[in-house]
Design a protein around this ligand. Sequence first.
Ligand code: SAM
Length: 281
Amino acid sequence: MSGTLYIVATPIGNLEDMTYRAVRILTEVDLIAAEDTRHSLKLLNHFNISKSLTSYFDHNQQFKGERILNALRQGKNVALISDAGTPCISDPGYNLVRDAVAAGITVIPIPGACAAIAALAGSGMPSDSFTFAGFPPSRQGKRCSFLTELSALPGTLLLYEAPHRLADTLRDIRQVMGERQVVVARELTKIYEEFIRGTASEVIAAAIDQGRVRGEVVILIAPGELARAVAEPLDGLLRRLLDEEGLSVKDAAKKASLITGTSRSEAYAEALRLTNGVGNE
Ligand code: SAM
């Protein structure tokens, strides 16, 4: 009979967030697959867990995944952990779980810390509906397209970001999405845990200009007017962009086309019609 694959969450900073169940499962399994074995050894030592470790990270997933599946097929119980938080959430694990499920192996998640969920819970932003989009692309062009696609979604948007890219990403958020409410949740569960809240500009001023960008961060973006505009007919949206935001016909058409998915030429024709053909280019 096959063994069981356990997907075990570990702390994102504060070791007290390790669950009793995680300790028990890690103690009981035959093998632990870890993103970085040296890093995880410290965690395991702290909890007096002495167990065979194997590495499972982005670049050896295919080869290691097959070996882990073989161990499971031979009846071994395996736990997968990542460097911090919940495996599979912007961490390796998805491929292994997918293949284990396809092979008929039982997969059991052992829930625990996850930076995105902790950030959302403490942010004060709407939590009834949210989108977690992982890390934005590192190149600015791709990042802006990525943000544009997400900007029309309803609900709170959650992103992970590396501290050295936080400034650029926050500026792109302001550029693409406007002055929405933003929260930067940094160093969650650690000594310098902090929530920086405000409009995009206020958070940029507080977080970047005052140099508070060290440590790990989650960015949360409140649903904006643009998100609500999706449900608006094209003409209503264009009216707001032209009259309230003061955009030119060309810019309003471009923005409306990005928001609604209408073709640029159709949005342009409609904007021209609304301004009686007097484009204020
Ligand atoms: N699997 C992890 C989880 O469940 O949260 C996420 C791993 S991902 C590789 C690492 C990113 O998560 C960091 O760059 C940061 O955006 C976020 N993160 C992890 N720990 C954090 C913390 N203590 N405070 C704020 N953000 C954190």
